[in-house]
Design a protein around this ligand. Structure first.
Ligand code: G1P
Length: 321
């Protein structure tokens, strides 16, 4: 399924994509996205024993594909994945599979053929292995040579965001206005705040904030606000030098939030409350909710699935406890 865009914005994005495809558009500020995806997915074992957690499907599309499609719809055409041993299926997913295409073509399965070709034509994808599992900040740091000296996006695929314009596009638009790094934030209930990086910030209007401090996974009592960092960032290349100097925290990881906190001493940073629906597919409940959410958007599934869910909840709930 291609990403959904509605109205005049849809036309703009399609026109932009067309122009970029013909090499006629050179004004894009952010063209590269880093996808840290080296995590082991221990929450989903044993399902993720041999399969990357990013390949778990929401309906018929792996989680990572939602994120890549979001980035591409935002104008990004180069993706750098940070992977680990045993996660090559994630890279193969975006490669051409001539044998499969020939098979589908010969059998006249044209819809499936189009779906398979769509995936391999999305973007240029490069990969770098993280090696030691030293956290998100380290994962971003090791992409330095591949990203180069340009602003870039960071997309954490676990956070699946259904939004129009795409979440990362919203951040790029803010980046273009404020000319500084921007992180996506969302207000979350305080009993969940310790799962996130959290910002202290001053509102500038229209959902944009100027960050005055950031802290990674604070306790509820120490959280500076309820504005939690979601898995989308637009960063400037000066973050690399800063991250190279960040020390491991008590969990043994180099946190991107710690790097940003250091960067804040050198330049202003911004937060933006992205407009859209986010699912944290890194948790079991979030994953199941996202599956239902996207299934209910499918014409052929909506009615029978809705009826089945009502049965589960209403008719004989004891049976399914
Ligand atoms: C990471 C970041 C955290 C952010 C979160 C968003 O944490 O370190 O600051 O709030 O992603 O999903 P993780 O979920 O990898 O533990």
């Amino acid at each position: 399924m291609v990403p959904r865009h509605r109205g005049w914005k849809a036309l703009c994005y399609r026109a932009g994509a067309l122009l970029r495809g013909k090499g006629l558009c050179v004004t894009l500020s952010v063209r590269t996205a880093v996808f840290p995806a080296a995590g082991l997915g221990t929450r989903f074992l044993p399902a993720t024993k041999t399969m990357p957690k990013e390949m778990l499907p929401l309906v018929d599309k792996p989680i990572i594909q939602y994120a890549v499609e979001e980035a591409v719809a935002a104008g990004i055409d180069q993706i750098v994945m940070v992977t680990a041993r045993g996660k090559t299926a994630m890279i193969d997913h975006f490669d051409i599979d001539v044998e499969l295409e020939t098979f589908l073509e010969e059998r006249g399965k044209l819809d499936q053929l189009a779906a398979v070709r769509h995936v391999s034509s999305l973007a240029r994808i490069g990969a770098v292995r993280q090696g030691p599992p030293l956290g998100l900040g380290h994962a971003v740091c090791i992409t330095r040579d591949l990203v180069g000296d340009q602003p870039f996006a960071v997309v954490l695929a676990d956070d699946v965001i259904d939004a129009d314009p795409p979440a990362i596009r919203q951040l790029i638009d803010v980046f273009d206005r404020v000319q500084g790094p921007v992180v996506a934030v969302e207000r979350v209930p305080l009993d969940q705040i310790s799962r996130y990086g959290v910002v202290r910030a001053e509102p500038l209007g229209d959902g944009v904030h100027r960050i005055t401090d950031l802290v990674e996974k604070p306790s509820r009592d120490q959280a500076p606000s309820d504005l939690a960092i979601m898995g989308r960032y637009v960063l400037t290349p000066d973050i690399f030098a800063v991250l190279a100097g960040v020390r491991e925290d008590r969990t043994g990881e180099i946190q991107l939030t710690s790097g940003l906190r250091e960067l804040l001493r050198q330049r202003p940073l911004y937060a933006y409350e992205v407009r859209g629906t986010r699912h944290d597919t890194g948790t079991m409940l979030g994953f199941l909710k996202a599956s239902m959410y996207f299934a209910m958007q499918r014409g052929e599934l909506r009615e029978p699935l809705g009826a089945y869910l009502r049965t589960l909840l209403g008719e004989d709930p004891a049976r399914y406890r």
